[in-house]
Design a protein around this ligand. Structure first.
Ligand SMILES: [Zn+2]
Ligand SMILES: [Zn+2]
Ligand SMILES: [Zn+2]
Ligand SMILES: [Zn+2]
Length: 307
């Protein structure tokens, strides 16, 4: 069978991808989130608590994010094909970017809602608010427990986990607001808590937006130092120069590198290439590398500006 590059790439992804996707745990959390967001928004309207409604909106964005994450996982599992030589891994990053944008927009909308409530009089059923916030807290603890092992595996899992941390703090806030309102009748606490929830949402959204944009802009993957990679390649025996180096992520955890390596005129370049590939894999965990070997012959035109 002929070895085409897209087949080779797919094989690498499957073999070396450290991400074992736990879409089933996300699905369970998704179902719980959808059920509870309805409970929370309806409960917020009945009890008159803005922080419950805000938390319900928060849950809505979580449900949306989790749904997008699931869809993105399914899409990114599609194998590579001649028209998509990188496969569909980037779908995950696009979903993360959309999540980030959605979080930012919704948090701003709810902040405006909270601010408009400052000068109006309203009553809150703190008892109902308390019980709903308590159930929310338990559901968030359950969700965090479900996702805690997967959160380091990729951007969307991290995003999903961060959402739940925000939700847990939100539920804790709503719970304490209900207690304070019950004893003091100070409904302004409710507005302050809803603002706090939205700040957390905004923070998560901004980080998700920033990180996914970094990947879409082909930014150097987090934790990789290009200068260090360069000096390690230069350290390989026989290498006299490195240029035109690019390091990027196709998706979270899947890093690629391409570079031109200049070797001495009469050296045998194959062992050097193998040495470089081994070093990149072992030292930097870069599994997909494209190295253009160039012998330093002044008479040959390599069609490379730097040679
Ligand atoms: Zn959330
Ligand atoms: Zn050669
Ligand atoms: Zn390759
Ligand atoms: Zn070159």
């Amino acid at each position: 069978m002929t070895h085409t590059h897209f087949q080779h790439f797919e094989k690498k992804l499957v073999e070396n991808d450290p991400v074992s996707i736990k879409s089933s745990s996300i699905f369970i959390v998704f179902i719980f989130t959808v059920i509870f967001l309805v409970v929370e928004i309806v409960g917020g309207i009945i009890s008159g608590s803005l922080s419950l409604i805000a938390d319900g909106f928060h849950m809505t964005t979580d449900a949306f994010a989790l749904g997008l994450t699931l869809i993105a996982f399914w899409i990114s599992q599609k194998p590579t094909e001649p028209t998509h030589t990188f496969g569909f891994r980037r779908a995950e990053i696009i979903a993360a970017l959309l999540n980030g944008v959605l979080l930012i927009i919704l948090s701003l909308i709810i902040v405006i809602g909270a601010l408009s409530r400052f000068n109006t009089n309203y009553e809150i059923d703190s008892g109902l608010m308390f019980y709903i916030a308590l159930v929310g807290l338990l559901i968030n603890f359950f969700g965090m427990y479900k996702l805690k092992d997967d959160r380091k595996s990729n951007l969307n899992m991290r995003g999903a986990f961060l959402h739940l941390v925000g939700d847990t703090l939100g539920s804790l806030g709503a719970l304490s607001a209900a207690v304070i309102i019950f004893f003091t009748g100070e409904v302004v606490v409710d507005i302050l808590v809803s603002l706090l929830i939205m700040l957390l949402l905004l923070y998560n959204g901004f980080n998700l937006f920033k990180d996914s944009l970094h990947i879409l802009m082909e930014g150097t993957p987090e934790g990789l130092d290009v200068k260090k990679i360069e000096s390690e390649i230069l350290g390989v025996k026989g290498v006299i120069g490195v240029h035109d180096m690019h390091v990027w992520s196709v998706s979270s955890n899947i890093n690629s590198i391409s570079c031109h390596v200049r070797v001495e005129e009469h050296s045998s370049c194959q062992p050097i290439l193998l040495e470089i590939q081994k070093m990149l894999k072992e030292t930097f965990k870069i599994n997909h590398c494209t190295v253009q070997m160039e012998h330093c012959l002044p008479t040959v035109d390599y069609d490379c500006d730097d040679c």
